[in-house]
Design a binder for this molecule. Structure first.
Ligand code: ADP
Ligand code: MG
Length: 347
């Protein structure tokens, strides 16, 4: 258990011109669960490998608590860092039992057997210690991998895409279980995922990365309420993103002018997103369009409305409607936009 700080970390792999990471700054609190979120190739695994000690940065420092693990004159090797890792494929030894996998390389003493009992209990594998990995389900194998990390009382546990080999139902269960075990043991944990829903579900804070840079760090709520830029907004699933211009509290774009009562005193060129729940189909609406498609999702109806802009371009807006509404493809509709459901950022 430890806080972790990366300062100004840059990394280029041998023979590569491109930086895999550029000036990354991160601070993770003791006992915090954070997730590195971003598209494939953005530098998530590289960040984990630098923290674990499998890679050396070109520049920058890494600190666990008050101890420098990496600086100009220091490079603590991986086995001395007290880092636990849980890999996507669990990396269990097939010819070793659960007990042997968990205790691999540890001294077989009294202390081990008492630790083993408590860790097996914690990950709900008591009674299965003599089984081989091939005799376990995917979820159980993952618990072995977690137990193997936990029994060493690591300062931090790193998880690289740990749920991607599990099917959807099991994934939801396992992520709940793993988060509760991490919280129970007060461990500091860093997850990597490219799945925004997963990141939001498990993390105290999310670190959104793109192209070797950190784009935004915040709680799931902060990131959803105020994505810092268009990339973050798109990546976390915002729709209806448009270019606009603000002048005297009026947001103007291709298809309408909206009085936004500009609380943040923004002006000039901006990007903005209208939440799907902020577009309401109603007869009094000031805008008109045509229903292009509808998808029924039980709690809501997702409707795409095609709208013709001043420049005669067709624009699709997505909105969520009451599923009992009788809307058909081709229907002409009127709709309005709720200014409180607009998120704006400077680009
Ligand atoms: P992510 O985990 O987010 O998918 P990575 O950290 O694996 O991304 O990769 C970041 C960048 O570094 C990518 O451009 C990738 O191609 C490159 N990269 C990763 N590992 C190596 C390596 N061993 N040698 C050269 N380039 C690498
Ligand atoms: Mg990766």
């Amino acid at each position: 258990m430890s806080s972790i700080e990366l300062k100004n970390i840059s990394k280029r792999y041998k023979g590569e011109k491109r930086y895999a990471l550029s000036n990354v700054d991160l601070q993770i609190k003791d006992g915090e669960i954070v997730t590195l979120l971003g598209p494939s190739g953005c530098g998530k695994t590289t960040t984990l490998r630098l923290i674990a000690g499998f890679e050396k940065p070109e520049s920058g420092t890494i600190r666990f608590g008050n101890e420098y693990i990496v600086d100009d004159n220091t490079f603590i090797p991986p086995q001395k860092r007290g880092v636990g890792m849980v890999f996507q494929d669990y990396a269990l030894f097939p010819h070793l039992t659960v007990y042997e996998n968990i205790s691999f390389g540890m001294k077989k003493d009294k202390d081990l057997s008492s630790k083993m009992q408590s860790v097996l209990h914690l990950v709900k594998l008591s009674g299965l210690e003599k089984r081989y990995p091939s005799e376990l389900s995917g979820g159980q194998q993952q618990r072995v991998a977690l137990a193997r990390a936990l029994i060493r009382s690591p300062k931090v546990i790193l998880f690289d895409e740990p749920f991607s080999n599990l099917d959807t139902d099991l994934r939801t269960t396992m992520r709940g279980e793993i988060v509760s075990i991490i919280k129970k043991t007060k461990s500091t944990a860093i997850f990597v995922t490219h799945d925004q829903k997963e990141a939001m579900a498990i993390s105290d804070r999310v670190i959104v990365m793109n192209n070797g840079f950190v784009e935004q760090i915040g709680t799931p709520k902060e990131i959803f309420e105020k994505p810092k830029n268009k990339f973050v907004a798109e990546f976390i699933g915002f729709s209806n993103i448009f270019k606009g211009k603000i002048n005297n509290n009026i947001l103007s774009c291709d298809f309408t002018d909206i009085n936004i009562e500009n609380k943040e005193n923004m002006s000039g060129q901006v990007y903005f997103s209208i939440k799907p729940s902020g577009i309401r189909i109603n007869d009094e609406g000031n805008l008109s369009g045509v229903v292009r498609s509808t998808s029924y999702f039980g709690d809501y109806l997702e409707v795409f409305i095609s709208y013709i802009t001043k420049d005669k371009e067709i624009l699709d807006l997505v909105c969520y409607e009451d599923p009992s509404k009788d809307l058909k493809v081709g229907d002409s509709v009127r709709f309005s936009i709720d200014k409180d459901k607009i998120v704006i950022w400077k680009e």
